[in-house]
Design a protein. Structure first.
Length: 137
C-alpha cells in the first residue's frame, strides 16, 4: 500500500473516499484529510491552530460519521480548514487533535461544499486497513 493515504472513488452526484491506515485511527485521520481535500487544497492549510475533538458512539461506523460530522461542523461554524489529525480510539470513544487554520479566501480556494457524511457505502474494515465513506456535496 505504501504512501497512499486516501483515494477518491467515482460516484454519480457525490464523492466517495477510501482512506487507508496501519491502524483504524490512522484510517480515520486520513478520511478527515480526504474530506478536507474535497473542500480545499489541504497542502495550503497550515497546522497553526489546534482543536481538541471528542466523540463517542456505539460502533466504528457511527464513530466515523460522528467524527467527520464534528469536523464539518467546526469548518462551517468557525470557518476553519484542517490538514493534520492525531486520532486515538478506545471503546468507540474518539479523542483527537485537529490542526489547521481559519479560512483565508486569498490563500485557500474552496472547491466543494460538503453537506453531510452519508451512511451509503459506509465501511470500516480494520482487518484490511481502510474506511470507506460517501460525502454528500
Amino acid at each position: 500500500m505504501g504512501a497512499m493515504k486516501y483515494e477518491f472513488i467515482e460516484h454519480t452526484a457525490d464523492i466517495a473516499i477510501k482512506a487507508y491506515g496501519e491502524s483504524v485511527e490512522e484510517s480515520f485521520g486520513n478520511a478527515a484529510k480526504g474530506m478536507f481535500d474535497v473542500i480545499s487544497d489541504i497542502s495550503k492549510v497550515e497546522p497553526v491552530g489546534e482543536y481538541e475533538i471528542s466523540v463517542k458512539s456505539d460502533n466504528l461506523e457511527n464513530l466515523l460519521v460522528d467524527w467527520l460530522g464534528e469536523l464539518l461542523f467546526l469548518h462551517e461554524t468557525q470557518e476553519l480548514l484542517f490538514s493534520e489529525f492525531d486520532v486515538k480510539i478506545e471503546n468507540f470513544s474518539l479523542m483527537a487533535k485537529a490542526k489547521g487554520e481559519a479560512i483565508n479566501r486569498e490563500k485557500h480556494e474552496l472547491r466543494n461544499d460538503v453537506k453531510a457524511i452519508t451512511y451509503h457505502m459506509l465501511e470500516v474494515n480494520e482487518k484490511e486497513g481502510y474506511v470507506k465513506l460517501l460525502l454528500d456535496i
